[in-house]
Design a protein around this ligand. Structure first.
Ligand SMILES: Nc1ncnc2c1ncn2[C@@H]1O[C@H](COP(=O)(O)OP(=O)(O)OP(=O)(O)O)[C@@H](O)[C@H]1O
Length: 400
């Protein structure tokens, strides 16, 4: 019987997926640990899990690249899941067509309960969050990466955000083109009005999401003042977002919209010279500060930055859980424990246990996860060169 309070995988089967020829993994409802040497296939397994939700998966690579080299050219990931108390079967993959040619943009097929779905969009209800080492430079890297993080965060809390962000992108592209190719003030005014409407919707959604996340972090800090995770202070660094955060009434949105439209009109010559639009939500940044002294996150140590990231993702998971009537999302944490000291690791593990979610974690050293092993429901697996074995079996085999 699947738990009613979370999304969890009960059984996962990989066929010709990356370095796996054919592997089946039977899991419980609680945390899953995959331990093994570098290159064993731990991230590949998380990547397979990430394909059970909408989108391109955690590495965002072209789907044909996921096929095992030396295999059939196709791949498949299948899973039995419990989604809020209901059983569900998901199958996804690509097959090599009879002519043997797959374009890099080949789409994957998705089947839900053995019926073909229209696309991976049908998997949005499998809510999933992930944190991978590629996000380690989030605080020190370019603002564009933090904006992507912010956009994913807002989208996970506000499904309508995607439409506003796409509308803004589209209108901005039109404006940039119009500025370059022809000088038609009435046309620019119309495009800028569209941009302004979308930009204000984005700024309001961003401001709300950040306020909710900050509130969640603060609530957690009040619950456990000694915890090493919740010490993040978030600020949106963008004119529109700052104004949106200060809005006391929805009617003031009109003012905000008119103000941005005016700024766009006034900035036409400047933007024409620059060849792009220089003000708007596509230029905003997310500032993160750490601890009681509000140290900018980019100045924090590697481990502190990692802990901050984990703290943000877990706070996001708690918010999503609350918004989804108490159903915890599935969480993937790749190489999570490596940079964390014992205190932070324990804080992470107790947050995970409290969240009551199925969290998949990877690491090179099984012993790192010993504290979790004693917690109920955690299942440990040893990954080795394209095989996955329950840790108990692997330990028994190693003794003989
Ligand atoms: N399409 C493919 N076919 C076969 N093997 C592949 C394919 N793609 C990747 N691999 C191999 O899979 C192996 C495992 O990669 P993965 O990223 O999962 O390792 P990992 O266990 O997470 O290691 P690390 O601890 O170093 O992060 C690598 O050796 C890689 O070369």
């Amino acid at each position: 019987m699947p738990a009613t309070d979370r999304i969890a995988i009960a059984k996962l089967t990989l066929t010709d997926f990356r370095n796996y020829r054919a592997v089946t993994l039977v899991t419980g409802l609680g945390p899953v640990v995959l331990a093994g040497a570098n290159g064993a296939g731990k991230t590949n397994c998380l990547e397979a899990v990430s394909l059970l939700t909408a989108g391109r998966g955690l590495r965002s690579l072209p789907f044909p690249e996921l096929a095992r080299s030396g295999g059939s050219g196709g791949w498949a990931v299948a899973a039995e899941l419990g989604v809020a108390g209901e059983d569900m079967h998901i199958g996804t993959g690509i097959q090599l067509p009879p002519d043997g040619m797959l374009t890099p943009r080949a789409a994957r097929t998705v089947k839900i309960d053995h019926a073909l779905a229209k696309g991976s969009g049908a998997l949005v209800r499998i809510r999933m969050l992930w944190l991978t080492p590629s996000m380690d430079g989030l605080f020190t890297g370019p603002a564009a990466e933090r904006r992507r993080f912010l956009d994913r965060l807002v989208l996970s809390l506000d499904p309508g955000y995607g439409a506003a962000a796409s509308a803004f992108e589209r209108a901005m592209r039109q404006r940039n083109k119009a500025l370059e190719e022809f000088d038609s003030p009435p046309m620019l005014t119309a495009i800028e009005a569209q941009m302004a409407a979308a930009a204000v919707a984005m700024a309001v959604a961003r401001a709300r999401a950040i306020a909710a996340l900050s509130g969640e972090i603060e609530a957690e800090r009040n619950r456990d003042p000694d915890s090493l995770f919740p010490w993040a202070a978030l600020t949106l660094n963008g004119t529109l977002e700052e104004q949106a955060a200060a809005l006391s009434e929805d009617t003031m949105r009109d003012e905000l919209r008119d103000g941005y439209a005016r700024a766009l009109a006034q900035g036409r010559d400047r933007d024409r010279a620059a060849g792009r639009t220089l003000s708007g939500p596509h230029r905003s940044d997310l500032d993160v500060a750490h601890g009681p002294k509000a140290m900018p996150a980019r100045m924090c140590s590697t481990g502190e930055q990692k802990a901050l990231l984990v703290g943000l993702v877990l706070a996001q998971a708690r918010l999503i859980k609350r918004a989804a009537d108490g159903i915890a999302p599935l969480i993937l944490l790749d190489e999570i424990a490596a940079h964390l000291d014992i205190g932070r690791r324990e804080a992470l593990f107790s947050s995970i246990v409290a969240l009551n979610a199925q969290v998949w974690m990877t690491g090179t050293d099984l012993a790192t996860f010993t504290p979790l092993r004693n917690a109920t429901e955690t299942q440990l697996f040893v990954v080795s060169n394209g095989t996955i074995m329950p840790a108990n079996d692997a330990e028994r085999a190693a003794k003989h």
